[in-house]
Ligand binder design. Structure first.
Ligand SMILES: [Zn+2]
Length: 385
């Protein structure tokens, strides 16, 4: 049987070579592709952006590490875009990256030549890029919410966490990204079935969406409620058997305790891990102060909804010991849209993981959520009259 040639947009192999000064990482391609390569620090890594790519790397190529390359991962990052993130042992400068014709077989190779640099040298490059990327229109958009008149039906944005290159927490047989997408689809279906809501999903397949994009989508749609869906993982393996149940978070700039702080840091780091540049601190601070005034009504709707959701889930789903919590989750920092983050249960716990996979459990959670949303909007509409 003839061997089918790999399509142009496939990565079929990877090799790493190094000497004292440089490391060359090469990816074998099915054809010539347009690749954009850049280096970032904190943590040090190299980002390779490609058009949507099929990764057909053999098992032994996936776990390679040598020279400056510590590990690498890859996956879909957006509609039509794939990404490889190469974690490096030190900050690196990309000296050369190009697609070359491999000598044998007429195949192509993407070669990336990396050299070690100081944190400082790399920071200068990053700063220049960050200045170019600040988006001044964000506040203006937030302020104009509501001017064109309210939509006829409340807009609910359902936000399945993680996706694509970012699997989220890992259970023994499932990953957070798949679980939360399945549950979110059930929530979407149940909400649409009522005919009372407009529903939008921040992702509807296995694709990476940055936290900023999730928040931007909520702002664009003037969401009346933003529900982020996640699954938890115990802080350590030995505690996994004991920790179970659902938790609902609202935003607080101070975490209520150390565990919540760690959890928020973990959720907030997904953009960095997927290779996005860190937003500058100054930008964040200014934005936070400006948004603070607009947040109060939004925030009280969010805490009201958290309460309603806990009551609605209580008799149908196992809740964590302290199910109503708050912390500095980036995806909840929204000026105009009440936002909560629901951790369905602990994927690190065998019982929780098994239960959460069951479609009837998922349907039960979805209907409890719809019940809570119905009650919440009944109250909100009544309060306006
Ligand atoms: Zn998560």
């Amino acid at each position: 049987m003839p061997v089918k040639p790999a399509p142009a947009n496939a990565v079929v192999g990877a090799t790493i070579e190094h000497d004292d000064a440089r490391t060359v990482m090469a990816f074998d391609l099915g054809g010539p592709v347009e690749a954009s390569v850049r280096s970032l620090s904190n943590p040090p890594r190299v980002i390779v952006d490609l058009p949507e790519t099929e990764f057909r790397l053999p098992e032994e190529a996936r776990s390679q590490a040598s020279g400056l390359v510590k590990a690498y991962r890859y996956g879909l990052i957006d509609q039509g875009k794939s990404r490889i993130v190469i974690d490096t042992t030190d900050p690196v400068r990309v000296d050369r990256s190009e697609v070359v014709l491999a000598e044998a077989g007429g195949a192509f190779r993407l070669e990336i030549v990396m050299a070690k640099v100081t944190e400082r040298e790399l920071a200068a490059v990053e700063l220049a890029e960050a200045v170019r990327s600040i988006e001044p229109s964000a506040m203006v958009e937030a302020e104009t919410k509501g001017r064109s008149g309210p939509p006829p039906r409340p807009v609910i944005v359902v936000d399945p966490g993680h996706g694509g290159i970012d699997p989220g927490a890992l259970g023994s047989q499932s990953s957070e990204k798949d679980l939360v997408l399945a549950v979110s689809r059930q929530i979407e279906r149940a909400l649409l079935a009522t005919g009372r809501y407009e529903v939008a999903m921040t992702r509807n397949r296995d694709v990476f969406v940055s936290l900023d994009e999730r928040v931007a989508m909520s702002r664009r749609l003037s969401a009346d409620l933003f529900l982020s869906v996640h699954a938890d993982s115990a802080p350590s393996r030995d505690r996994a058997p004991a920790i179970r149940g659902a938790t609902i978070y609202t935003l607080a700039e101070q975490a209520s305790d150390d565990l919540v702080r760690q959890k928020a840091e973990k959720e907030n780091s997904v953009d960095l891990l997927a290779g996005l540049p860190a937003s500058t601190i100054a930008d964040d601070q200014v934005r936070n102060i400006l948004l603070d005034l607009m947040r109060r009504e939004t925030q009280s709707f969010a805490t009201d909804f958290r309460q309603t959701l806990v009551s609605s889930l209580r008799d149908r789903v196992l809740l964590a010991r302290d199910p109503m919590r708050s912390g500095p989750f980036k995806v909840l920092r929204q000026a105009g849209s009440p936002a909560v983050l629901l951790e369905l249960g602990y994927i690190s716990n065998a019982d929780d993981e098994r239960i959460m996979q069951q479609p009837d459990w998922q349907a039960r959670v979805a209907s409890s959520i719809v019940r809570a949303i119905d009650a919440h909007f009944r109250d909100r509409t009544a309060a306006r009259r």
